[in-house]
Design a protein around this ligand. Structure first.
Ligand code: DP6
Length: 367
């Protein structure tokens, strides 16, 4: 598929115009966050990834967004919308949403004919240092494509999901991996059937049952706002001395992960996932300007996980996103002992002792 396939042809400007002024509708979607195993870091024009990535969709870390849309008399010169976050008006959210609406207007040409009231809230605390852009942009994309469905119904559910992921990507790259579950691949990869830079797809091959109920406990090491935005970090991969080699490595790690998923080889899983996390941060540390997002407590936790694994033969491992928080990943059968380990040894390194228990999930839902 190409970008053009997402430009609607089943309705025209005249169809949009003919909707009665003041006609109102509402759509509500809940979309989860996701955690990448092979990381997306580096992008090209139009939110296209420099390398393919893969993630576990999460379950309880999610954003609920509603869009109430009211038909205007005429096409508005600028986008007409209000944003409320957890019940309060948030003008500071407007620029990001305006950029998003601009990027997607070609694919949702009715947008300027409506006033949008966007209300959004997260299941996780706002000041948790957890990025809400994946769940937030995915939930908003789903609301807007659902709105299109309301104006001009489309029959094909598969296409609906693809387009939702395509639109979410234009809001935030990783958001395209939050529409579906439980394992989502994004970006062209020779050995992944149906893979595309334009949208995420459900991992298309058989996966060993051990990965079906994987757990993710997120240790909140630093609840502050990110010091360096992902967008800035991605841009620093342009001209990065190791970028090309890193992009190739992501392809190889995906090849290896395919084997790990089918065989259930947890040692292989640990090796790929931890190496990806550290490589992501190594890219940040070796870009110009260079920066470090890990905190002393991030390293304390990593070292304790390694010591615990050595002492117990546990298959617990960690991954990081673009921040100091640590995602602790482990199979369900280890839940009790890993949670004990977290309580006894790791909680001391979390800000105010806070952590969030999550697990692999099955994608966004209409409410
Ligand atoms: C480190 O998707 O937040 O979490 O496309 O600029 O919105 P933008 O970036 P974003 O980057 C996520 C980077 C990451 C790795 C990943 O999720 O694959």
């Amino acid at each position: 598929m190409t970008e053009k396939d997402f430009i609607p042809t089943h309705y025209s400007k005249r169809n949009i115009e003919s909707v009665q002024e003041g006609k109102q509708g509402k759509t509500v979607w809940k979309s989860p966050s996701n955690i990448a195993l092979v990381k997306y870091w580096g992008k090209r024009e139009n939110q296209l990834p420099a390398n393919p990535s893969i993630s576990f969709t999460l379950d309880s870390c999610a954003t609920v967004t509603s869009v109430t849309f009211t038909k205007l008399k005429n096409r508005s010169k600028t986008f007409a919308f209000d944003v409320l976050f957890e019940g309060e008006s948030r003008p500071d959210f407007r620029p990001k949403i305006a950029t998003f609406l601009n990027r997607i207007e070609t694919y949702l040409p009715f947008l300027r004919w409506y006033n949008l009231r966007i209300e959004t809230s997260n299941s996780f605390p706002h000041s948790s240092g957890i990025a809400s852009s994946a769940s937030g942009m995915s939930a908003l994309a789903l609301c807007l494509i659902d709105m299109e469905n309301d104006i001009a119904p489309m029959a094909d559910e598969e296409f609906f999901i693809k387009k939702a992921s395509f639109l979410a990507r234009l809001g935030s790259g990783s958001a395209c991996r939050s529409v579906e579950g439980d394992i989502v691949h994004w970006g062209y990869h020779e050995k992944t059937k149906g893979s595309s830079d334009l949208y995420g797809i459900k991992f298309p091959y058989a996966v060993d049952d051990i990965f079906k109920e994987y757990q993710d406990t997120i240790l909140l090491v630093d609840k502050g706002k990110k010091e360096v935005s992902s967008t800035l970090g991605h841009n620093l991969m342009h001209g990065h001395p190791f970028a090309q080699r890193r992009f190739e490595q992501a392809h190889t790690n995906l090849d290896r992960l395919h084997k790990v998923f089918s065989s259930g080889d947890l040692d292989g899983f640990v090796d790929i996932v931890e190496s990806e996390a550290l490589t992501l941060h190594a890219m940040m540390m070796s870009s110009r300007p260079y920066f470090i997002l890990m905190k002393p407590n991030t390293l304390e936790i990593i070292n304790k996980i390694w010591a615990f694994r050595k002492a117990t033969q546990s298959k617990v491992c960690f991954t990081l996103d673009a921040g100091a928080n640590v995602h602790v990943l482990y199979p369900k059968m280890e839940k009790q002992r890993v949670l004990e380990f977290i309580e006894n040894d790791l909680v001391a390194h979390c800000e105010k002792g806070h952590y969030i228990c999550d697990r692999i999930g099955y994608g966004a839902k209409k409410m």
